[in-house]
Design a protein around this ligand. Sequence first.
Ligand code: SF4
Length: 69
Amino acid sequence: MLHIHTGQCGLCVHFGEEHPDDQKLIQIRRSMEAAEDFIDECRHPMHEKLHLKVTAVSACDGFEPATVH
Ligand code: SF4
């Protein structure tokens, strides 16, 4: 498991944005940990057309914090 820091995809609203109620995603945000091989799509408007897939510990300047349920 990898620890996720603020600014990284796992805590970003655009990570898996098309399925925000996904239990795995919610769990990742609560625990701030994710498996090394966990990937999801970034739906940031600048990446959306590219269908960019990122890990929970990837990052970019488009980071916006997700609400943690
Ligand atoms: S690549 Fe950037 S915008 Fe996309 S989920 Fe990661 S931090 Fe957010």
